[in-house]
Write a protein that binds this ligand. Sequence first.
Ligand code: 6PG
Length: 234
Amino acid sequence: MKLTVYPSAIETSRAVILHLIKLMSKEPEKVFHIALSGGSTPSLMFELWANEYADATSWRRIRFYWVDERCVPPEHSDSNYGVANRIFLKHVPVACTDVFRIHGEDEPVKEALRYSKIVEKNVMSRNSWPEFDVVLLGIGEDGHTSSIFPGQEELLASKQIYAVSRNPGSGQERIALTGLPILNARHIIFLVTGKNKAEIVKKVYQQSSTGPAAYIAHHSENVEFFIDEDSRFD
Ligand code: 6PG
């Protein structure tokens, strides 16, 4: 498991973008299926990607999916798609047919099944699970990742590609990519920044945490951490 510390959140975000561009350059014929996480951390990366790396990106070779979505309409401020579209997707030449939005506004159980089928149809399978080229993950201070929260570890072994979960703090329902398809990805990238994440990053990396993020971090060979100085540990 590789971990690299960058001087700032901006440089960490920049490093992730450059890493994605490099991965794509190594397979110039391949379409990359990339699942994006939500929350606030990726916003800086989205802005940089749209403002500084749009010309360096082969947009026609990317299909965008979401790791998880809050069960709210896309125009809601909580919507992971809504944030990504507003600051990133609508500013770059990616075809709307190459962006697969989770319908947070729809009935969660039905949407989890619908979106699982969408991913199954569009993403090649390996080991009978869809194989994303990249799954971009964040880590919550409680050690959750995707929208798999501590206490919901059964979602790490779910037979469904996407399942319904619930944020224990707010009670908000989520649609979440489950553990096995996450672990099946070719590249799992944890993008974590900020002083408030230093403690959980240390626990996850040193496996002293038993939460969902730690489980993912230690059950795949293809995990890489991109963190900033503020979230580093000694
Ligand atoms: C979400 C995310 C979630 C996020 C972590 C970190 O929908 O909230 O997918 O897993 O990555 O909660 O969130 P922050 O980046 O806001 O700290």
